[in-house]
Design a protein around this ligand. Structure first.
Ligand SMILES: Cc1cc2nc3c(=O)[nH]c(=O)nc-3n(C[C@H](O)[C@H](O)[C@H](O)COP(=O)(O)OP(=O)(O)OC[C@H]3O[C@@H](n4cnc5c(N)ncnc54)[C@H](O)[C@@H]3O)c2cc1C
Length: 258
């Protein structure tokens, strides 16, 4: 399995914190290179200062992507809560289209009503996209309140991004979910459309559904594990608890074992 590393931390309020995070992420990229592990990096713009000043986050991303380019690696911008979606996509497009970075990707959340329109545009642009359901508590005027609608939209967006047109444009999709039904729907669609297994990948959070991760690898599919690390773990932990209270048991049992 391959990996995406995530230095924990978000919503910084001081420029120095954003710059420190940027420097650590650049070191991480260098370390991945010297260690020769099969890993890329995921970042959050709120960790890089977007709430202080979008220009600060953009400049930090430019430096991170320059380092990534030097070591032949890629960086994915995680998607955060809905007030940050526009600025995240704007920064992504500035980096790609104006600065010419082809080693940057984004994330689309199937719980947002707007995501179908965003995906249409990203398909046209041949983007590198991770599809998720979405992890933040969103109001019903921006996100589907019913899980069945979030799931149905996930399948629809997955199909749009695995379509022949999308692949011909250069779209490379990461299907990031622990939901077997979503994974099955992806495999079914890929098989029906003749999409080769190296044209997309599955992604899982570290430690979740290891059985399924291994099964997919055994069947010849690409799997990448999202590995968060660092000391600023609290908001990440609370989101995992909110989406699945049983994660508390998972956490406690690993803590005791560790
Ligand atoms: C690699 C990766 C990157 C992500 N990046 C982002 C991002 O940038 N922005 C964002 O908003 N969200 C992100 N997320 C989180 C995502 O939006 C969901 O909140 C999270 O994945 C839970 O939804 P689910 O798709 O697993 O399905 P759910 O509907 O939460 O769960 C469906 C089923 O999956 C199984 N399952 C779920 N969790 C567990 C568990 N802990 N243990 C065992 N089984 C479980 C259960 O069978 C459950 O019924 C990311 C998720 C992954 C995997």
């Amino acid at each position: 399995m391959s990996v995406t590393m995530d230095l924990l931390g978000e919503s910084v309020t001081q420029r120095e914190e954003a710059i420190a995070a940027r420097n650590q992420i650049r070191k991480l990229l260098e370390r991945i290179h010297t260690s020769r592990i099969d890993a890329n990096v995921s970042v959050k713009l709120s960790q890089l200062g977007v709430k202080i000043d979008p220009e600060l986050a953009l400049d930090n991303m430019r430096l991170i992507l320059s380092t990534a380019r030097e070591v032949d690696n890629r960086v994915r911008i995680d998607m955060e809560d809905s007030p940050l979606v526009d600025v995240t996509l704007d920064i992504y497009r500035t980096l790609r289209d104006e600065d010419g970075f082809d080693n940057v990707g984004v994330v689309i959340q199937s719980y947002l009503y707007r995501s179908e329109a965003d995906v249409k545009q990203l398909v046209g642009e041949g983007a590198w996209v991770r599809l998720v359901k979405g992890a933040y508590l969103e109001p019903p005027d921006v996100a589907f309140p019913d899980k069945a609608d979030v799931d149905a939209n996930f399948v629809k967006l997955m199909q749009m991004m695995l379509s022949e047109e999308a692949r011909a444009n250069g779209v490379y999709l990461a299907v990031a979910t622990h939901d077997e039904r979503m994974i099955r729907a992806t495999l079914d669609y890929a098989q029906a459309q003749g999409v080769p297994a190296n044209a997309y990948e599955f992604q899982f959070l570290y430690g979740v559904r290891r059985d399924l991760q291994e099964e997919l690898v055994r069947e010849g599919y690409q799997v990448r594990i999202y590995v968060p690390y660092g000391s600023a773990w609290y908001p990440y932990f609370m989101r995992r608890l909110a989406e699945r209270p049983a994660n508390l048991w998972f956490f406690v049992s690993n803590l005791v074992r560790g």
